[in-house]
Write a protein that binds this ligand. Structure first.
Ligand code: IPE
Ligand code: IPE
Ligand code: MG
Length: 237
């Protein structure tokens, strides 16, 4: 195993892409790619936790993914529920705290119930915070944030003059987490696909050509080494 990289990001965000292509390459149905992809999550979570990374946000299902065929959506939701059920006790034992962002009310009820049970069971975790982005869209989050801010102002808790980026960010789903320092996208696509549009302003971006089911701990290490070698300037000199 590679040595512990220096200059670790506090928050890593991952667009886990390429499950379908991984399956296609093998002549398998897309759902098999999702199953293989889901199996890869555990090793990445464990390694992030071991390294002392504080937050890991995984893009698991986008607001736009509801456009996929019904059978694929059903398979993804069943996988989500199965994995939450299977992994929760290990997450809790390892001190990983599970959280979720997105329009969670759009998920099937049994998924919502399992998700809330898993979050409750891991709420005391003091290690890695694992955030699942589910039925998540960056634009939807910003719109929901504006609605929340409006209500806040209407109820007399705030004044429009107080509005600045920091104040607004308190109305986003991610209000409890720092912005990601590093964004990893697998399978070579050079786009954000509506992921954390507000929060990724100054994230370092690492894109690997590997499909998500082939992404392992050594690929995580490579992305962390790449991150450590970058010079972040935040608009300064
Ligand atoms: C990512 O893999 C998983 C989800 C979006 C749920 P894809 O299913 O997008 O795989 P490709 O991009 O079609 O290969
Ligand atoms: C982004 O991947 C969403 C997730 C990984 C959950 P997509 O495969 O949906 O993105 P596009 O369609 O290639 O932009
Ligand atoms: Mg894709």
């Amino acid at each position: 195993m590679a040595s512990t990289p220096s200059n670790l990001p506090c928050h890593v965000a991952v667009i886990m892409d390429g499950n379908g292509r991984w399956a296609k390459e093998r002549g398998l149905p897309r759902t098999e790619g999702h199953r293989a992809g889901a199996e890869k999550i555990r090793a990445i979570v464990e390694e992030c936790n071991r390294l002392g990374i504080r937050y890991l946000t995984l893009y698991a299902f986008s607001a736009e993914n509801w456009r996929r065929p019904q059978n694929e959506i059903r398979a993804l939701m069943a996988l989500l529920e199965f994995f939450l059920k299977r992994e929760t006790s290990d997450l809790a034992r390892n001190g990983v705290r599970l959280q979720a962002i997105g329009r969670l009310h759009n998920l099937p009820e049994s998924c919502q119930r399992q998700l809330h049970a898993s979050m409750e069971a891991t709420a005391g975790g003091t290690g890695l915070t694992l955030v699942l982005a589910l039925s998540y869209g960056g634009r939807e989050e910003i719109v929901d944030g504006i609605k929340s801010l409006f209500r806040h102002i209407q109820e007399g808790h705030a004044d429009i003059a107080m509005l600045d980026p920091e104040f607004f960010s308190k109305h986003l789903y991610t209000r409890y987490y720092p912005d990601p320092d590093l964004l990893i996208r697998t399978s070579g696509e050079m786009r954000l696909s509506n992921f954390l549009l507000w929060q990724l302003s100054y994230a370092e971006i690492v894109i690997t050509r590997k499909f998500w089911p082939d992404f392992g701990q050594e690929d995580l290490h490579a992305a962390l080494e790449e991150f450590a070698s970058r010079q972040r300037r935040f608009g300064g000199v």
